[in-house]
Design a binder for this molecule. Structure first.
Ligand SMILES: C[S@@+](CC[C@H](N)C(=O)[O-])C[C@H]1O[C@@H](n2cnc3c(N)ncnc32)[C@H](O)[C@@H]1O
Length: 362
């Protein structure tokens, strides 16, 4: 279960910072002994804000949704730095617990299998790019809730950084069990999985960055042998900024691999409906769900982004639609629409997912 508690008593904490006591029943947050202990999610009208664990000085000076659950107090900012006492929005904290992650053995085993499949995808791409996993410096963007693939690459000998603006917290009742499940299926010569099983926390084995791909603060220029992601780049806020950052942190001659789902994530197989929406309408709808609806960019436009930002595409694997009936129906509607995709090439419109391996130019 995830418990949600409404917040309503806000006092000004300077700059963009607002302060409120945590409701009774919420476990203690960060402290000097552990500045990433809290796993609460702050919601503004039901939409998660972040980054969590933000420095209080940064909350005051920059705001933008950053927050800190410190002891039994919440220091936070609103998404647009408006005053939470009169901006008409509702604020709440939700406290995930182990059960919310699906702690039953079958669900954990499935999550471990997904992590292993993801790690194999990465390992195959690294091997194709002639990168030895042992000692490789790797950044995974958007690692998801359990960091499974990143942990397995670390267990295989890589030095792994993960970056996500909504980095998942360590949940003491779940993640050690997940690490146990991985340990039953993956070699652990370095004892990485054993440390996680013993409750060491993600930061014991991974370099954690509460940062979006668009601003990889603290990741040095040309410092990485590989930047990797699965189902992340379609959720970006600013594609050019993120590709510029990916190029900045990748060592010249090193590789990137990204698997990008370009379909409308609204689902039900109607994967091109978003191309019929006006761009600003789609952006508003998508922002309200934290860009979980995906993006309108087509596969060829992602390939252009790689090229424009100094990458040479070495391999691309595309998945195509299987549903010809829907495709012909939406194509007819698109061709008659005012969409900027009205005259887009049919073969590009058919692509639902593209996996790209690219090398950064010297
Ligand atoms: C659909 S999930 C994919 C998770 C995981 N890679 C997987 O394969 O299951 C998208 C992930 O991207 C993260 N994300 C969203 N916007 C991001 C951004 N601008 N930069 C980096 N990660 C982002 C989300 O927090 C989430 O962890």
């Amino acid at each position: 279960m995830t418990a949600t508690h409404a917040l309503d008593r806000f006092t000004h904490g300077g700059g963009h910072c607002w302060v409120t006591p945590m409701p009774a029943g919420v476990p203690a947050g960060d402290g000097i002994d552990d500045n990433e202990r809290s796993c609460v999610v702050l919601l503004e009208d039901g939409v998660p804000l972040g980054p969590a664990h933000a420095h209080h000085a940064v909350i005051r000076s920059q705001g933008g949704g950053g927050f800190s659950h410190w002891g039994d107090t919440l220091f936070f900012s609103t998404s647009d730095n408006s005053d939470p006492r009169d901006n008409g929005r509702r604020y709440a904290v939700s406290v995930p617990d182990a059960d919310a992650m699906g702690r039953d053995p079958a669900t954990i085993s499935q999550a471990a299998d997904y992590a292993i499949a993801s790690a194999h995808t990465y390992l195959n791409q690294l091997q194709a790019a002639a990168i030895d996993i042992r000692g490789a410096r790797i950044l995974e963007l958007g690692p998801g809730k359990n960091f499974g693939a990143a942990i397995l690459l670390a267990a295989a000998g890589a030095q792994v950084t993960v970056a996500d603006p909504f980095l998942s917290p360590w949940i003491a009742g779940y993640h050690p069990l997940f690490a146990d499940a991985l340990a039953g299926k993956w070699p652990d010569p370095l004892g990485i999985l054993a440390r996680l099983s013993a409750g060491a926390g993600f930061d014991a084995v991974l370099d954690l960055r509460h940062a979006p791909a668009e601003r990889l603060d603290g990741v040095a220029d040309s410092s990485l042998d590989a930047v990797l992601s699965l189902s992340v780049l379609e959720h970006l806020d600013d594609f050019d900024a993120a590709f510029a950052e990916m190029a900045r942190v990748t060592r010249p001659g090193a590789m990137n691999y990204h698997s990008i789902h370009v379909e409308d994530h609204q689902g039900y197989g109607r994967y091109l409906e978003h191309l019929l929406m006006a761009p600003d309408h789609f952006a508003r709808v998508n922002d309200a769900v934290q860009r979980q609806r995906g993006c309108r960019l087509r596969a060829s436009q992602f390939l252009d982004l790689f090229n424009r930002h100094g990458f040479a595409v070495e391999d691309k694997a595309v998945s195509l639609t299987g549903d010809e009936g829907y495709f012909q129906d939406v194509l007819a509607r698109l061709r008659q629409s005012a969409s900027e995709y009205a005259h887009w090439p049919e073969d590009d419109l058919r692509v639902t997912c593209i996996g790209v391996r690219a090398r950064r130019g010297a």
